[in-house]
Ligand binder design. Structure first.
Ligand code: ATP
Length: 235
């Protein structure tokens, strides 16, 4: 579904991505793990057309999207839940969700999807009329994911969905990612929480200072000595 070939990104003099290759097959969960500053967010931002690569190609469903505008990419069904939630603080939960569907015209389908989001996140249903900025971190993260789902994505990319959340809520978020995947959405997930990410992933890539140093099936990476030492602590 998504194929990245020899992607290079420079920020001025900083060579942030150094020729990475990533393959995200349809209906799979793929994760990208790595330390702070390894280039994980840059990868997602480049896929979405928010950052331009200096070399390399990005293909999505057999279309070259390397130089496409973000809006076109979203319309093709690829959507990013950015790091740090970024919900519209002064708008209600329902208004935030409605905005998620702004590129769609199928009114009755939008309503159905809103109900699906509320089913997936009962907490949001209870708080439809609450201003997003007054909700807890975990609730805002749920809203950010819910809003992305309102675009009816085929490929959902998530940048650190568990960042800063209490362990119990982290568990919920990973359960929800699995449920979204079960509903037929392909997932590309970036996580600091490497263990939880690899546990649900079909395939994973390890990024270090802009290069992929290791890749393999989720289970394989979980049991890899280097990954255990560098990213899984002693557990
Ligand atoms: P984190 O987990 O801390 O978010 P990351 O793996 O997502 O890290 P990136 O945010 O992709 O890393 O950053 C990769 C490198 O590019 C870092 O050295 C970062 O300082 C640099 N960088 C990112 N964005 C910019 C920018 N807009 N201008 C200049 N340098 C940038």
């Amino acid at each position: 579904m998504l194929k990245i070939k020899d992607l290079n990104v420079h920020y001025g003099g900083i060579h942030a991505l150094r020729g990475i290759n990533i393959d995200v097959p349809k209906n799979k969960i793929v994760t990208l793990i790595g330390a702070n500053g390894a280039g994980k967010s840059t990868t997602l931002r480049t896929i979405m057309g928010l950052v331009r690569g200096s070399k390399g190609k990005i293909n999505y469903n057999d279309t070259d999207i390397t130089n496409k505008e973000t809006k076109e990419i979203v319309e093709m069904g690829a959507v990013l839940v950015p790091e740090g939630r970024r919900v519209f603080a002064n708008l209600t939960v329902e208004e935030n969700l409605t905005l998620g569907a702004y590129i769609r015209k199928d009114k009755s389908e939008i309503k159905k999807d809103m109900e699906l989001v509320y089913k997936l996140f009962p907490r949001l249903a209870e708080r439809k009329w609450q201003k997003a900025g007054t909700m807890s971190g975990g609730e805002q993260q749920m809203l950010a994911v819910g809003r992305a789902l309102m675009t009816k994505p085929k490929l959902l990319m998530m940048d650190e969905p568990s960042l800063g959340l209490a362990p119990l809520i982290v568990k919920d978020i990973f359960e929800i990612i699995k449920e979204i995947h079960r509903q037929g959405v392909t997932i590309l997930l970036i996580e600091q929480n490497a263990k939880a990410a690899l546990e649900i992933a079909d395939y994973g890539y390890v990024l270090e200072t802009g290069s992929i140093v290791l890749e393999g099936e989720g289970n394989e990476l979980l049991n890899n000595d280097e990954v255990q030492k560098a990213y899984l602590g002693e557990t």
